[in-house]
Each structure stands twice: as C-alpha cells, then as structure tokens.
Design a protein. Structure first.
Length: 400
C-alpha cells in the first residue's frame, strides 16, 4: 500500500500585506460528527510531532461547521491530546452529551396541523394552472409540509455554553486570548457572516458555533439578531482566507471531506448489477458523493488562488486519502465508531509527517517550529500521551 502524501502549498514572492513568518493559523473545515473526530485525531498527531509547540498557541483559529466546535475548544486552551483522549474513551465522551439529534417536534407539529390548508392551496393552484404546471411543480408545492430542519442544535449550544462558562474559559469572542473566527451563512441573503470579527463579536461563541453547524435540511436554521443562519460551509469549504487576511505565514488546515474513490481492481464492482459501486446503492450515496466532490473541488480551487495571492505564506492541508476513506466516515453524522476514526486520523497523519519529513521540516523551520524526526509507524503509539512519554524517556536516555 502506497504511503499517502501530504499536499504542500507554498511559494515565494511579494505579498500585500506581508505575511508574518511567526504568525500561525489553524483552520478546521466542516465534516459533521465524523469530521470533528477526524480533526481531533489529526491535531493530536500534529501536536505530538511539533517539538515544544502546542496548537493552542496558534494566533488565529478559524472554524467552519463541525470545525467551529473543534476550533472553539482548542482556542479556549484545550490541547488536542486531551480531546483525543476524550473521544477515544470507550464508555463516554462530551460528544455523547451534545444531544445533536433533538427532533424539531414543535415545527413538525405546526406543519402537520397546517397540512390540510397547504394541500388545499396546492390543489387549487394546480387546477388554475394545470396547463402550465409540470410534475416537479406539483411536488414542489408540497414542500411546505416539510420542516425547515428535522433536528435542533439546542443541545449543542446548551452544552457548549455551559462548558465555556467554567473557569479559565470564555463564551465571549472579545475575552479570548487568541482570535477565533466562526463562519456561518445568512439564509435570506446568502451573505457570509464571520462571528468574532469586529461588529460580529457580541454574539455568544456557543450561539455562533450552533449557527455554523446548521446543516441545511438536517438542522433547523439558527436565528441570531432577527436573521436565520445555516452551515458556514455553504459558501466556502474551509475559509482559509481568514487566516491569510490575519497575515499568517503558516496555515494548518484540516479538511475531513474528500470524495470516495473505489478501486475496481480490488473487485468492488457489485456483481449482478449493471451499475458501479456508488450508483448500485441508491440515491443517497450518489448525493453524498456529489456533496463531497463539490466541497473538495472548491477547496482545490481556493488553494490555487491563495497560492498566487499569498506567495509568502505556507498552507498545509491534512485530509483523508480518498481511496482509503474509512467506511465509518462515509456517513458524516454517524456518532459510533469514533475510536477507530480518531485513531485512523492520528496514525495516518503520523504516516504523512514521516513520508514528507524532509520537506515539512523545512516548512516548519521557516516559521520558527521544529518537527521531531520521523519514527517507525509500527512503533507509533495509539494514544498521544504514550508518544509524549516515550519521547521524554528517549530524551533523558540521550542526555545520560
């Protein structure tokens, strides 16, 4: 099996404004529940290999959708190793207390009560315009029977608000020691809203995170200051530009969403059907693949543009290998299998760091950081804490 390679985007030349080499940004893209877990595993591996540097010391944190949840925790001083230990705990984790799937019962009930009126209007409209209406018009006329989202994000907001209220943490953008940017999209205008920037920093962080996580159709839009907000990934996949705008010389980006790539040489084509591996599974897997292709292609386009416009900045993007994407990550809202996802992210990131050690060492050195030498993957521990203890022991032995 070929070792996955880490994509490095870097260049040289003049830039306006000039990037600061010792200024670092962390960007966490969206990806649902599985994406958040993947990001935690990647960040734990990165922190494990960066000598003397904690990711909590980055200068700016940018979070989109599920990435806003992870970015908020790290920006509040929670190290990725602690998050990793939490999500890989076999019995419980903070994810279990988020209540992500609270049904939108009140709106569903109100729409059900109004169903006879909605149907009557649809029938009347069809009779008046039956010569012009198509079957798609008829189906669309019944859309009013569906809620604006099947689930609520009240549980996520409530838990995060309580967690950020504990000593040493804050639910106020203005009181954070570091810069935090949480991105959402205003539904009625399509405009991007960056919570945490001046003029949008009075909204509680927990409320902004809920708005950024409001996946259309799945979650009900989150209302803030009289406006409805949905998932921040609708406009851009990662919003790396916010870190570059803050003059970051080094941007670390974690993107959990990549297209699924089936290797037909391994016999994955279903037998007995004249369809491929995805189409044979029905509509939802097809839509999921389209969703992944759209987000990933936008990220690729954005990276090429950032390379031209910010030649002094280095951008490192960590993402799963498309042909090795774990089956557990193909349903982004799945809450089970988190231990395997986190450990896959952790160990595959170590592989990437080892495979590109020489080039990555030079990149990190340009920004005042040191990447610890490559290690044997076979000896790589399953927990970041174990690796830290091993490294400390090796250092003590060397000094003796």
């Amino acid at each position: 099996m070929a070792t996955p390679r880490l994509r490095l985007v870097s260049s040289r030349g003049a830039a306006k404004p000039r990037a600061l080499r010792n200024r670092r940004g962390l960007v966490c893209a969206g990806g649902g529940v599985t994406g958040a877990i993947y990001e935690i595993g990647v960040l734990a591996a990165l922190e494990e290999r960066l000598d003397g540097f904690s990711l909590t010391d980055c200068d700016i944190f940018v979070g989109v959708s599920a990435g806003s949840y992870v970015g908020t925790l790290v920006a509040n001083g929670v190290s990725p190793s602690v998050l990793f230990r939490n999500v890989t705990h076999p019995r419980a984790s903070d994810l279990d207390r988020l209540s992500l799937f609270r049904p939108n019962v009140r709106e569903m009930f109100s729409r059900l009560v109004a169903a006879p009126l909605t149907l009557a209007k649809s029938v009347r409209n069809f009779r008046r315009n039956r010569r012009e209406m198509t079957i798609t018009d008829v189906v669309a006329s019944f859309a009013g029977l569906l809620p604006s989202g099947f689930f609520l994000l009240d549980g996520l907001e409530s838990w995060l608000s309580e967690w950020l209220s504990e000593p040493g943490r804050t639910n106020d953008f203005r009181k954070l020691r570091k810069k935090l940017r949480v991105v959402a999209v205003e539904l009625d205008t399509g405009d991007t809203r960056v919570f945490g920037e001046e003029g949008s920093d009075t909204v509680p962080i927990s409320r902004a995170v809920a708005a950024s996580c409001a996946l259309p159709g799945f979650f009900r839009p989150v209302r803030i200051d009289g406006a409805d907000f949905i998932d921040g990934g609708v406009r851009k996949t990662a919003h790396i530009s916010l870190a570059l705008k803050d003059r970051c010389g080094l941007v670390l980006c974690v993107n959990p969403i990549v297209p699924v790539r089936f290797n037909y040489s391994r016999g994955l084509l279903p037998t007995g059907r004249d369809q491929g591996a995805i189409a044979s599974r029905g509509l939802l897997p097809i839509l999921d693949q389209v969703f992944r292709l759209t987000l990933h292609s936008r990220l690729q386009y954005g990276l090429s543009r950032y390379r031209r416009e910010n030649p002094e900045s280095d951008i490192l993007v960590f993402e799963p290998a498309a042909d090795e994407l774990p089956r557990l990550m193909r349903n982004i809202m799945r809450t089970s299998g988190r231990i395997r996802i986190a450990e896959y992210a952790y160990r595959s990131t170590l592989q990437k760091l080892d495979a590109d050690y020489e080039s990555l060492s030079r990149v990190f050195e340009r920004h005042g950081l040191r990447l610890r030498p490559a290690t044997s993957i076979a000896k790589a521990p399953r927990r970041p804490e174990a690796a830290r203890k091993e490294a400390a022991a090796e250092t003590r032995a060397t000094r003796r």
